[in-house]
Design a binder for this molecule. Sequence first.
Ligand SMILES: C[S@@+](CC[C@H](N)C(=O)[O-])C[C@H]1O[C@@H](n2cnc3c(N)ncnc32)[C@H](O)[C@@H]1O
Length: 327
Amino acid sequence: MTKTASAPITNLHVARDDDFSAAVLEGLGASPKRLYPRLLYDERGSRLFERICEQPEYYVTRVEMEVLRLEGRKIIDALDGEVDLIELGSGNSMKTRIILDHLSDRQGHFEYRPIDISEEILRKTSQEIQADYPNISVHGFVADFLAGLEFLKLKTSRQRLILFLGSNLGNFEYGEALEFLKQIRRGAVTGDWILLGIDMDKDPAVIEGAYNDAAGFTREFMLNLLDRINRELGGDFDRSGFQFRAEYNQAGQRMEIGVLSRRKQKVFLEEMDRTIRFSRGEWIEMEVSCKYTPGRLQWLLREAGLQTVRQVSDSRGWFTLNLCRVP
Ligand SMILES: C[S@@+](CC[C@H](N)C(=O)[O-])C[C@H]1O[C@@H](n2cnc3c(N)ncnc32)[C@H](O)[C@@H]1O
């Protein structure tokens, strides 16, 4: 049985229901229709994402884990001085454990502050980590990335190492990713460190395969958002009217993942008394996953005003971990 110990959880996302309904209305009212990836992570969505990470086609988690195993110690050794740890979008914190091990060896006590929009997985993970690492102080925050970071801004006198793993940054378009990094910088203080896990561009077949797992978990992850809208907003989405699609857009170097409407149809959202119309073949984007070339990554970090201290990758250059410093 998994051990758990109590770890405080602070909910900064108190208007969660309002955020969900506003984001769904905005996204389904837009042209083209777009639902933000954060909406995918209700309790079931978070569990489905864990299953995706276990699929043989989904190299992203496996390769990042390999890089952390091989190079994690060197990354921690590159930090000068003791740090506290913040993680944006921590999920099940599985890969983070490698960092927690190295930091525990190096400095004994430190604070770990996971931030995640998905309360159930954050609560469970925080308790498990606290039980397994009695030397660290765990306090979880249910919050949007930037709101959580802003809240924690002046809460410690030590430098912070801010983790953003899982190529989460890829969920932003390139311009948005730059804006997001600039906002992280504003939420950080001089001397803080940022560790970014970035999925690099590679053979399109490998990338496309990762999001089209044979067991169908990615498909289910997307369709679960339609179920969530039905459940939380009184919607009447009929799953069979929508088809999952995940395609690599080679010119844009990004995966585009979502569903297509199989026919002309209407969906009614009872909670908001709103009808949404779909034409035949209409696309709802639910997630993009932008891939990076070394040049584009260098550009991004430079434009965001971050100093790259160390960059490590696997032998094929599929995934990079980038340790940056806030000047
Ligand atoms: C792609 S998963 C990555 C999980 C984990 N870091 C990993 O690398 O396996 C994204 C995580 O970020 C969380 N998340 C997504 N959007 C978020 C947002 N805007 N603010 C806070 N958390 C968010 C999700 O709930 C999920 O746990």
